[in-house]
Design a protein around this ligand. Sequence first.
Ligand code: XMP
Ligand code: MG
Length: 178
Amino acid sequence: MNEITVLDREFSVYITEDEIQSRITALAEKINEDMNGKDVLFFGVLNGVFLFAADIFRQINFECQVSFIKLASYDGSSSTGKIKELIGWNEDITDKTVVVLEDIVDTGTTLERVIAELKLRKAADIKICTLLFKPEAYTKDIPIDYIGFEIPNNFVVGYGLDYYGYGRNLRAIYKLTK
Ligand code: XMP
Ligand code: MG
């Protein structure tokens, strides 16, 4: 399945299932080293992160918690830059080390909003872990601690990422072909 169609668009395979999984194992090993002994809450930003969060969380080997928020800034295939939804801030994060889990950091607008909220709620320390990062699109100064793959500014789907809500169940990550 190298070429696929999602709705009206064609995509070709970009990061394979094996590549995704071995990178996640490496990220988890690093987080296990860095965070052991801390009171860590993994904090996933839905919807796109659900598969990445599940896969990385199962490889964390110290006592920790996980929670999710829903916060979307994306409409179809181009970033609108507007936050549309914000659901689920019901966790006490005071004095915890929060590791924000993102599927993809694009302009960084979503991330900035999440970080601002975590600071208001007095997290002791905030780390950021994203599967995908688009450095050319990034407009913020917030450093990203754990990055799975740096990718060019192309639209991608699969492994949780969607095109108008479709394509999240694909096991690999696909990029839009012209
Ligand atoms: P910002 O611009 O706030 O965007 O960093 C982050 C959110 O936008 C979505 N996003 C994408 N979704 N393919 C997708 O399916 C992409 O190439 C893409 N780029 C950004 C995503 O929901 C992310 O949390
Ligand atoms: Mg999306």
